[in-house]
Design a binder for this molecule. Structure first.
Ligand SMILES: [Mg+2]
Length: 411
């Protein structure tokens, strides 16, 4: 049978051929104006290339060290053997897994999908079973923290069409840093934060009614008891989801919390494997899976988590605070996923677009959704020669939060 065009002819013949080798793996930890991004490029000997991104924000140089090691045995491999290369990287050390190594593996896996899809002339979603939706719904995070102004902003966002809004949390003592030992760290007082945040989220709900789903990301800063009190301090139905009120190492702690509140939990952005997701999905602890494709192990691992989510009727709600490669990867994952809630978008404060000199081609919001692109690969281009790349990595560290008594607590 004749192929419709010479353009389609070439990749198909190339795929039927024998040799295709990885010839270069380049890492770019680059300052993107508010944080560093870790962009990866893989090139193959037929001229194909693909981009990936690692999501271990704040520890990009550790990821670069892992990439420098993996590069030694990935050069010369066939980039089309994505699943086999995933296993080869994951099992290449006796001490398997861990967030640093799976962030590096995620970038590699995403870049291989982009590369192979480009070489075949198909969008990445085609490698994942094909497109199941044309648009990807998104949620937005308010720029204004709970307090005066957040109600107005929420009303503006609803008027602009957003159907799911997430706020951050209030910690009003931030302007009075702890200085007991000479380190002026911001103070987080959970009880002050809980009272302040609950007061304002109730006002937001009263203002927007049921026109939008509402959620809060508590950034795992509470204890089980504090999280329960926080949920109980608001009328039923105020929150559609509460994101990570407590740390996630111990699923039993979430079991205990769920016995004290009916609020649905959104959990999972720190999970670095399907094995970490497993108890949360099997036991119904997570109502929304906050999978981060740039940390969990790329498309290969994410699709396995997606299968577990489908078996337990749990919607995917990807964590996406990174760059355009992450957003594009999430869009293709969403396209190939049956159960999907919302994709995370940035706060309006940062703007929804990234530096166009750094990313000449990048996903663009269309209203409050992303259209699923039908172009080959992920639909992202990265400019290695952009001035920002020359400037490269900038040391940046999260604030180190203290309690008012000087003890340390989670960022
Ligand atoms: Mg979060």
């Amino acid at each position: 049978m004749r192929l419709p065009s010479g353009q389609a002819d070439e990749p198909r013949l190339r795929y039927a051929g024998t040799a295709m080798k990885i010839i270069a793996i380049k890492s770019f930890p680059v300052w993107a104006g508010h944080r560093n991004l870790f962009v990866l490029k893989i090139e193959s000997d037929d001229g194909s290339y693909g981009y990936g991104e690692a999501g271990l924000s704040g520890r990009e140089l550790a990821v670069q060290g892992a990439i420098d090691h993996f590069r030694r045995f990935l050069i010369g491999e066939d980039p089309r053997r994505i699943g086999a290369l995933w296993q080869r990287v994951y099992r290449s050390q006796y001490f398997e897994g861990g967030r640093v190594l799976t962030a590096a593996l995620s970038a590699i896996d995403i870049a291989l999908h982009d590369l192979v899809a480009r070489s075949l002339g198909v969008p990445v979603y085609q490698l994942l079973g094909g497109k199941q939706r044309d648009r990807v719904p998104c949620f937005v995070t308010t720029t204004t923290q709970p307090g005066p102004g957040v109600v107005d902003e929420a009303e503006r966002l609803v008027a602009a069409g957003w159907t799911c809004i997430r706020t951050g949390i209030g910690y009003p003592a931030v302007d009075e840093p702890y200085e007991g030992d000479g380190r002026p760290d911001p103070v987080f007082d959970p009880r002050v934060s809980m009272a302040h945040t609950a007061e304002w989220i109730v006002k937001v709900r009263e203002a927007v009614g049921r026109r939008a789903a509402l959620g809060i990301d508590y950034h795992h800063r509470l204890s089980v008891g504090e999280a329960a009190s926080f949920c109980q301090s608001m009328p039923a139905g105020t929150l559609d989801f509460l994101e990570e009120p407590i740390r996630d190492e111990t699923p039993e702690a979430y079991d205990a919390l769920q016995r004290m509140t009916p609020v649905p939990m959104a959990i999972g952005e720190e999970f670095a494997s399907k094995w970490q997701f497993r108890p949360y999905l099997e036991r119904g602890i997570s109502a929304y899976a906050r999978l981060d494709i740039c940390n969990v192990g790329g498309f290969t691992e994410a699709m396995k988590v997606v299968g577990m989510c489908e078996a337990h009727y749990i919607d995917l709600m990807p964590h996406n605070p990174l760059g355009p490669v992450s957003t594009a990867a999430c869009i293709h994952l969403a396209a190939a996923t049956p159960l999907f809630a919302w994709l995370e978008e940035r706060s309006p404060e940062l703007g929804f677009d990234f530096d166009s000199e750094l990313f000449p081609v990048q996903p663009k919001l269309d209203g409050v959704t992303h259209r699923v692109p039908d172009t080959p690969g992920l639909g992202v281009e990265f400019n290695e020669d952009a001035p920002a790349v020359k400037k490269a990595f900038e040391f940046w560290e999260n604030p180190h939060l203290r309690r008012s008594d000087g003890s340390h607590t989670n960022w």
